[in-house]
Ligand binder design. Sequence first.
Ligand code: ZN
Length: 301
Amino acid sequence: MPRRLFRNAACCLAACLALAGCQEPPARAAMAPVSQPVSTPETASEAEAVSTPETASEAEAASAPETASAPETASEAEAASLPEAASEAEAAPEPAPLPDLEDPPQGEDWAVVLVNASHPMGQEEAPPQLVPVAEGSPYRVDSRILEPFQQMAAAAQAEGVSLLVCSAYRPYSSQQRNFENSVAAYLAQGYSQEQAVATTAAYIAYPGQSEHQTGLALDIVTPAYQALDSGYADTPAAQWLLENAADYGFTLRYPADKAALTGIQFEPWHYRYVGEQVAAYLMGHGLCLEEYWQLLEENAG
Ligand SMILES: [Zn+2]
């Protein structure tokens, strides 16, 4: 029963910060008080699409938003759009109460695992086997989702839509390194420890809290539009994924109207394998993975 996959909530600063599974480089704007808990929509979305590493290890270490986007200096940090992010977050609609639904499909334990700020992964946890998403690709996924992903990409291509993976598996260690490097950079700029951590956390997911550590998440863009921003949602690739990804077992993990539940703002590029049955169920009922787990809990109780 997948219930056991729930992990103990991490009691830390993350609880009051909405953290992204991945992140986007900070945009230029005024600085918010670092003590202010912020839900960072765009800021906390991902930014990994930028790099084209040559090797898997480089891809996993460097590609990350949770990575590449870490501000190098305090002035860059100050430029981040935190105030805007906070107000957008406040404006996010509260999710509707769960409808009375039939029993959700069980799904495979490994495929429906929930990873978020409340359910972090352990330092040693990693997919059992990682494989490149395509021959020669630096991006790796859990071997169990390779075939569904490749089938999905081929189906899209057959309809004239090119899917481009810009991030996949990211290990705990690279996330931790990125986080620590960012904190150190802020400390060097004269931030207090608390400020340095809070500012870092606005851009970079805490180690263990990125779903990319599962090897089941992919950031998918298209050659003609590789920016990780909301504009991607209007591309044929994003629209094709929205309509068809569930047929291959993938779900849009961070829909715009579920940010209050997922803790992460709309990320039209971030897809997560959950299995065909569960993906169809989520899509059919307009649910996110957090709601699926809530239903499982309620039905089990
Ligand atoms: Zn992602």
